[in-house]
Design a protein around this ligand. Structure first.
Ligand SMILES: Cc1cc2nc3c(=O)[nH]c(=O)nc-3n(C[C@H](O)[C@H](O)[C@H](O)COP(=O)(O)OP(=O)(O)OC[C@H]3O[C@@H](n4cnc5c(N)ncnc54)[C@H](O)[C@@H]3O)c2cc1C
Length: 405
């Protein structure tokens, strides 16, 4: 493709617009029939119920024609990729696109647990692998915390180090996980130092999940991923956005509600092996030297080679809130993952009504600095003010999984 600076016919900007990709461009993935795209009107999500000011941001009224790096997808992966690229290479021109509003995919729909379930660890074949997996999750927690702290987002995205409960309502599953856990404890395996077992009685009392057969308390971080991503994007726009947005460099251009429908590639010249990718959208074509596909479940829509590797699947996360909220209970007090046997698909909670006794403390693994649900400021202040303390499941996030899925 011969590049030529041309003014944009919509905004007149000549900054880095170039000629449209030529018709001879090699098309990489025109999958007309079975394309997998974010649907235009997705299910409303509790976690998207307070849209950020940048939810529908378009840094420029028209799509730029070229950039150094195009990032497709504005979830956790897309926005953090932009964050790290611009932090290390502040002179690159980065365009961040999304088919819908900011962070409207899985990141804007999950309950924000960073944890690994005891059952996931127990299913790995060796303690070495269990230690490695748990260490990776621990690093992820620390990495997210570092960004949250650095960018001053702790309160906004409700980041908190804590414990999370895996509640198992399937007696067989409890037996399997417990036997691996106990064997590993005997062997002094590192991963068990961050995990505690809860008996049937304890699991039900601590988590209020009716029919709990046992549980595990694991290290976790909890946060509001949409707010984290939106908060990070706001900082990026401040630092690298266009002049109109108060940014100093004009290096980051954000284009929400801009689906990429097809990618084609071309070589700038016969002697040049560096391909240029052309991102086709209903608003024009963006040419990029590098493309990041932060497209999660929809990746195969643009890269058909992933059709059998990445398959979209529905999951569910829920937020439980009292019908008439107590003023002091404005944040999560508990986080758990409940697993049910294949035959039982509907979870049941037993909700304590009048108890003023603080809930029992879960066993605390050695050397932990996380807070347990009963120690959160919200629940202790409610107790201090003489409320009948409605401890969990009020304001709990729950992930439901079944062994079948
Ligand atoms: C219900 C539920 C609960 C979950 N709970 C947890 C949890 O507790 N802990 C955990 O670690 N993980 C959890 N996950 C998984 C986690 O949410 C995802 O792994 C993570 O958010 C993926 O982030 P992402 O940025 O890769 O993708 P996404 O957040 O899905 O972002 C992908 C983006 O790409 C955009 N896009 C796709 N195709 C195109 C295209 N052609 N053109 C333009 N834009 C496009 C989409 O619109 C979307 O905004 C959960 C997932 C679900 C669904």
């Amino acid at each position: 493709m011969v590049r030529r600076r041309v003014p944009c016919d919509q905004c007149g900007d000549q900054a880095y617009h170039s000629q449209e990709a030529s018709p001879q461009d090699r098309t990489a993935s025109p999958q007309d029939d079975a394309q997998i795209f974010p649907v235009p009107h997705p299910t409303p999500s509790y976690w998207l119920s307070e849209p950020h000011a940048y939810a529908n941001l378009r840094s420029t009224s028209c799509l730029l024609r070229e950039c150094d790096v195009a990032i497709i997808g504005s979830g956790m992966a897309g926005v953090l990729t932009a964050y790290h690229i611009l932090e290390k290479n502040p002179d690159l021109h980065v365009v961040l696109l999304d088919a819908r509003a900011l962070c409207s995919g899985a990141t804007g729909r999950n309950g924000g647990h960073i944890k690994v379930q005891a059952a996931t660890l127990a299913a790995l074949p060796t303690d070495e692998e269990r230690n490695a997996m748990q260490s990776f999750v621990g690093q992820t927690i620390r990495h997210v915390k570092t960004i949250v702290d650095k960018e001053g987002l702790t309160e906004y995205c409700e980041f908190e180090l804590r414990h999370s409960f895996d509640v198992l309502c399937d007696i067989e599953a409890v037996g399997k996980v417990k036997s691996v856990y106990e064997e590993s404890v005997k062997n002094g395996a590192e991963w068990t130092k961050e995990v505690s077992y809860l008996s049937k009685k304890m699991a039900e009392r601590v988590t209020c999940v009716k029919g709990a057969e046992g549980g595990f308390s694991v290290q976790a971080a909890s946060f509001w991923p949409y707010k984290f991503v939106a908060g990070v994007l706001a900082k990026l726009v401040e630092r690298y956005g266009t002049d109109d947005e108060g940014g100093r460099r004009g290096r980051l251009n954000v284009q929400m509600n801009t689906p990429v429908t097809r990618i084609s590639t071309s070589n700038p010249s016969p002697s040049d092996n560096n391909e240029i990718s052309h991102l086709h959208t209903p608003r024009g074509t963006l040419s990029a030297r590098n493309v990041v596909f932060a497209t999660n479940a929809w990746t195969a829509g643009l890269l058909p080679s992933f059709t059998n590797t990445i398959k979209p699947r529905k999951g569910m996360a829920s937020q439980y809130v009292r019908a008439s909220p107590l003023p002091s209970l404005t944040k999560l007090t508990q986080q758990l993952t409940a697993s049910y046997p294949p035959t039982q698909s509907t979870p049941t909670y037993q909700i304590p009504t009048t108890s003023t006794t603080p809930p029992p403390q879960p066993p605390t693994p050695q050397e932990q600095t996380t807070s347990t649900p009963a120690q959160t400021p919200a629940s202790s202040s409610a107790a201090a003010r003489g409320f009948s303390l409605p401890h969990p499941p009020y304001h709990s996030t729950t992930q439901l999984t079944s062994p079948q899925t």
